[in-house]
Design a protein around this ligand. Structure first.
Ligand SMILES: *Cc1c(COP(=O)(O)O)cnc(C)c1O
Length: 404
């Protein structure tokens, strides 16, 4: 941490000292780290991204022993998906390649580093699954206890991956995830248990590393658009913050336009944006296959809407059918992602059709997590599995290959 770093509330701009680490400001606004001397920040030599971009980060003491090798995820072009969306310069950032199978890992590394620095022995979170699985792994790596509060709709794959890392898991039977979250946060306050959220200032600093990675992968070019499936809002604001700081430091020449993507059944931000509203429109009692993006009324939503208007972002929602179709289309191009992650493909396809994205503009799709995390989604798809026996295999294979 350089001495000039501070915390700033993102709408009214109130400044706090960096050592007063909270998940959000007293007035409920998102908090972000203001990096001191960002105008003169430069890229350095180093094996790790956090070494090369140390001047952009509030943690100088990042340690190998806390890392699980997160990040460095591929940024790939797909001819097939370019054809499907009508966007020639379509790139896929495959976050399923992180240690716990989702983009959450860079943020968890940052959170655990801070917890470690503050000599706390316990870390807690509320999660629909991926964040909990990620925190559980990083806490195990650091030798720390993790406590994860999950809703009853959390997929078994995610629960078991928390459990195998030794997390204390508390599954809560609550009608609504938002209501559950509020209740747990009240309890945590009473018990003085620090609960890290999906949109806390330190987590967001971890997500910035994704922007720095893409800056390196694209050799200093900035994509026109970056589509991000959005729930608690930490990921989208972290990526954008990274690009904003690269611009402030004079290393790039423009900002990407972010695309807020949500499931139509739970689209507090996209609905607000389409109605010109400055506050999220709360959703409750909804169902969606995209269970990883289920914040019905995200705390940081007003900030994201504020930025969306200010910086001319786009927003699009996708129906359940579109999400499931996108999951198959992505898989048939080689990318197996969970339903929440598939939303962005359908969204950019629709935005291109509507002329909001031009055919020669570049778009990055954030493929936020692996398809192996939610096998519950398989029930919506029809697959043909051929059956055979050792006795009938020759005849069977001849028929199958002849007719398929
Ligand atoms: C957490 C998550 C998101 C949403 O990210 P936020 O930072 O909460 O907006 C999207 N997709 C997947 C798979 C996730 O796990």
């Amino acid at each position: 941490m350089s001495i000039e770093d501070s915390l700033v509330s993102t709408i009214s701009g109130i400044t706090y000292p960096f050592d007063r680490l909270e998940e959000s400001a007293e007035n409920g606004e998102s908090l972000e780290v203001a990096i001191g001397n960002i105008e003169s920040a430069d890229v350095r030599e180093g094996d790790h991204i956090w070494e090369r971009f140390a001047a952009f980060l509030p943690f100088m003491d990042m340690q190998d022993r806390l890392s699980l090798g997160e990040g460095n995820t591929p940024l790939l072009h797909s001819q097939k998906l370019a054809g499907y969306t009508g966007i020639d310069q379509l790139l896929l950032k495959n976050e399923s390649q992180n240690p716990t199978g989702s983009f959450k890992d860079r943020g968890s590394l940052a959170c655990i580093l801070m917890t470690n620095r503050m000599n706390e022995k316990v870390t807690a979170t509320i999660s629909t699954g991926n964040m909990g699985a990620s925190i559980a792994a990083y806490a195990a790596r650091a030798g720390m206890r993790s406590i994860i509060f999950i809703p009853s709709f959390c997929p078994e794959e995610k629960i078991r991956s928390m459990a195998i890392h030794g997390a204390t898991i508390i599954k809560i039977d609550a009608p609504d995830y938002g209501v559950m979250k509020k209740k747990v946060l009240e309890l945590a306050k009473k018990m003085k248990l620090r609960v890290v959220s999906g949109n806390g200032p330190i987590r967001v600093e971890g997500y910035k590393l994704t922007a720095f990675e893409m800056y390196e992968q694209m050799k200093g070019e900035v994509p026109d658009f970056i589509a991000v499936p959005t729930s608690a809002c930490g990921h989208i604001r972290g990526i954008f913050k990274g690009y904003r700081e690269l611009l402030d430091a004079g290393l790039t020449y423009k900002l990407p336009r972010m695309i807020i993507v949500q499931a139509a059944n739970n689209s507090p931000l996209v609905s607000a944006w389409k109605n010109g509203a400055r506050q999220p429109i709360p959703f409750a009692d909804f169902e969606t296959v995209a269970e990883a993006i289920t914040s019905g009324n995200p705390m940081g939503g007003d900030e994201i809407l504020d930025k969306a208007y200010k910086h001319n972002w786009l927003a699009e929602s996708t129906t359940e059918d579109e999400i499931l179709e996108s999951q198959i289309v992505l898989a048939k191009a080689g990318f197996f992602v969970e339903p929440a992650s598939a939303t962005s493909l359908a969204a950019v396809r629709k935005l291109r059709e509507a002329g909001k994205i031009k055919s020669d503009e570049s778009v990055v799709l954030m493929l936020t997590a692996s398809g192996l995390k939610d096998s519950g989604a398989f029930k919506y798809h029809n697959f043909t599995i051929h059956e055979s026996t050792l006795e009938t295999i020759e005849a069977d294979v001849t028929t199958i290959l002849g007719t398929d």
